[in-house]
Write a protein of this length. Sequence first.
Length: 332
Amino acid sequence: MSSERFQELEKLIEEALQIITESEKEIQACESPKKRRSLRQDIEDSKALIIKFESEIREIKNGLSNSNDKKERLSLPSANGTGGFPEEAELERKKTELSEYEGKLVKTELDLTTLKVELAEFEKEYLIKVGVKYLELDEAQAQFLEELARKNPDDLDHVRKARSAREEANTTAQRMSGIDLDEKNSLVKIQENHKRLYYQLAKLYHPDLAVNDEDRTSRTKIMTQVNQAYSRGDMHELNKILKNWEKSPEAIKGSDIASELERIERKISQIKGRLTEIEHEIQALKNSNQYNLMVQVNSAHSEGRDLLSEMAQALDEKILDLKSRANIKTKE
């Protein structure tokens, strides 16, 4: 029965992931705000189901690994004659609670990492379309004010403004010089299969699921590799990390119930602390100007508009105006 339920849960998870993938595609093409809200709710519901199903799978695995020993112990009478030990019942309850928190931690960590990647790629897209225009605008402004200062050498205000504008233009140019603006080398699009693989790896390697300091150090190192590969959209590297796990089975260690209960309670406490940190970090990112602009750009995109191109066009008009007033030839 357990194996049948296990297979059923795996199938349900695949179906939920498929719903998420299809809903995200529909959102991109959908023009109705009401329909988009409904699709987003479908995605959130599916994510919640995945966490629930993953939790049940863990329970089944734990049950299969300890079934024979558990049956013998639970058949023994307790001091009050009701059968079973209260400590074991509490341990099972705590295992279930821990499993739920582990699922929530991995999902929240995925949300944070995905948001960071999306913001980094949006920043690069912004620089490619709009940032370079500010570079041109600063240069045109500097040349315009320098031309005014040349024509009015005795006007100290013109001279001061020209010097300040040149310094600002040089600073902008220096800042932009270290940025890869080649569109072919940028704009990683996080696909649903990337998210699924990251979710799977985070469940295996997340540092807050470590059992000791040595384990935490090892997990932290591997999760750094996972995060870097995810941010690049490198499926090959993510699969390689997963295969390394499959070739290195964990050691099985026994322990008494009281000690295991204490470890689980401490692990739950650690996960709760990390969840709070992640939620604060996500909120800080969502409060940023960069995130708000990204939301506006995505909203405009759903209406068939390219807001970044519109911003770039407005800057082009300002640049042309400054060049015209300063009699600067426009590059073809």
